[in-house]
Design a protein. Structure first.
Length: 237
């Protein structure tokens, strides 16, 4: 499961792009400049580099969107950051004002094996302390129960595709349910709705979001999915 090391600077850019455009939305140079605290000219140069590396699609004067490869990296680093925030807050009781900075420092060196161990210890968290959704892991499982059943980390393989939770969808999207996160109770609740891995899912923009519920079509059946469940049902776009 070894992979080439990506610079922390690149990871930071991709993380900000993911935070502002996880579902293919274009993020402006101005937005990136403001969030990163970097001059617009320097941001533009980096975006050109990221495009050459295949991590983004960049349109001058408009902004950038993540490619599939860029999304994969961005989700991975964002997941590690938010799991670390959960760990620092819930287990280590670090002061709230220090949590984000410490997670930023730790996320780049956290191994996949350690990330999995933290996820298991924290019982598959779906939200960080700021109530931002934690992306799915990139391990090739259909549920957390499958992950628990495999004790040898070296036998785990990575997915070769990206996932988005229902709650991350911001525009018309079609995909296949490919991962359901959570404990036995949540898995049973999802199953009771008739939702299974392998089913086709269709979601339309905001007109299909009603309060904290998402109106989706799964295998031609309309279902009203509550937010806490939508955070844990992931589809392959």
């Amino acid at each position: 499961m070894a992979e080439d090391k990506i610079s922390e600077n690149i990871e930071e850019y991709l993380e900000v792009l993911y935070r502002n455009g996880s579902n293919g939305e274009q993020v402006s140079t101005t937005k990136l400049s403001k969030e990163l605290g970097i001059a617009p000219g320097s941001v533009t140069q980096m975006l050109k580099k990221l495009e050459n590396l295949g991590y983004i699609s960049y349109t001058p004067y408009k902004g950038a969107t993540l490619t599939d490869e860029g999304l994969k990296i961005a989700q991975k680093i964002t997941r590690k950051h938010r799991i670390l925030e959960k760990f620092l807050t819930d287990i280590l009781k670090i002061k709230e004002e220090n949590v984000h900075e410490q997670a930023c420092e730790m996320e780049h060196s956290l191994s996949d094996e350690a990330e999995r161990a933290l996820c298991t210890m924290l019982r598959n968290p779906d939200l960080c302390p700021d109530n931002n959704a934690i992306p799915a892991c990139d391990f090739d499982f259909a549920s957390c129960k499958q992950c628990y059943s495999l004790s040898d980390f070296d036998q785990i393989i990575n997915r070769n595709f990206n996932l988005l939770s229902i709650s991350e969808l911001t525009s018309n999207a079609n995909g296949v349910v490919s991962f359901i996160r959570g404990n036995d109770e949540l898995l049973d609740n999802v199953s009771d709705l008739g939702i299974k891995v392998g089913m086709n899912l269709n979601y339309e923009y905001d007109e299909n979001r009603i309060g904290n519920h998402y109106l989706v079509e799964i295998d031609d059946k309309e279902l009203n999915i509550p937010l806490e469940m939508a955070n844990n049902i992931f589809i392959r776009i």
